[in-house]
Write a protein that binds this ligand. Sequence first.
Ligand SMILES: [Zn+2]
Length: 214
Amino acid sequence: MIRHHPQPGILSDYATGRLSAGLALAVACHLDGCETCDAAAAGWESLGGAFLRTATSVPLAPKALESTIARIGATPPHGVETPSRVLRRFSLPKPLLRARIGFRRWVSPDIWVAPVRLKDAPDARTYLIHARAGVAIPKHTHRGSEFTAVLHGMFRDDGSCYDAGDFACSGGSAVHAQTVAESGDCLCLTSAEAPMRMVSALARAVQTLAGTIY
Ligand SMILES: [Zn+2]
C-alpha cells in the first residue's frame, strides 16, 4: 500500500511543467502506480487548460503546426535503449521504460548507481540506485530538493518506512541516511537538484571515486 505521496505543490508544479526533467520523471514514476495522485495531477492539468482557453491567443510561428505533426511517430532522437538484463527482474514504471539508462557504477560492494539520460537535461542528477538488504546509505545532506520514487523493496529514513510505490522528498538542509530493509534489495529512481554532500570524509572519498552523478 502506498503511504507517501508528493505534496500538492509538487503535483501542481509537475502538471504545469515547472519541474526539471529529472524531478518530473520521479513524480511520473510515482503517478504510474498511484491513482490518487494521477487524478490530482490530471485535475491540475485541466485547470491549466481552462486558463489557456481564457488567455489571449498568440499567432503560431510559420509552419509550426506542420513540423509538430511531422514529428509525431518519428524515431526519438536518442532511440529507446532496452533496459539491461539486470533491470529485467524489476517491474519498472512505464515512464522509465522510455528512458535511456547508462552503465552501472558500483560505489561500494553493496550499492550501484546507473545514470538516467534525459534528452532535455543531459547533466541532470537523475539515476537508479540499488542497494542490498540491510545496507545503510552514508549520512548526507543536499543543497536542493531530492525526489525519490521507490521502485522495488523498502527503505527506512528518519523513522518512516518507504515501500515500493512510495515517494520521498528531501529538502535542502535535511541530513539523512536511508537504510534498506532486511527483507530484500531496494531499487529507487532518484533525482536531485544538486550533488549530495556526504557528512563523513570516507563517504566523500567514495563519492569522488564514483564520479559526480549522485
Ligand atoms: Zn500518490
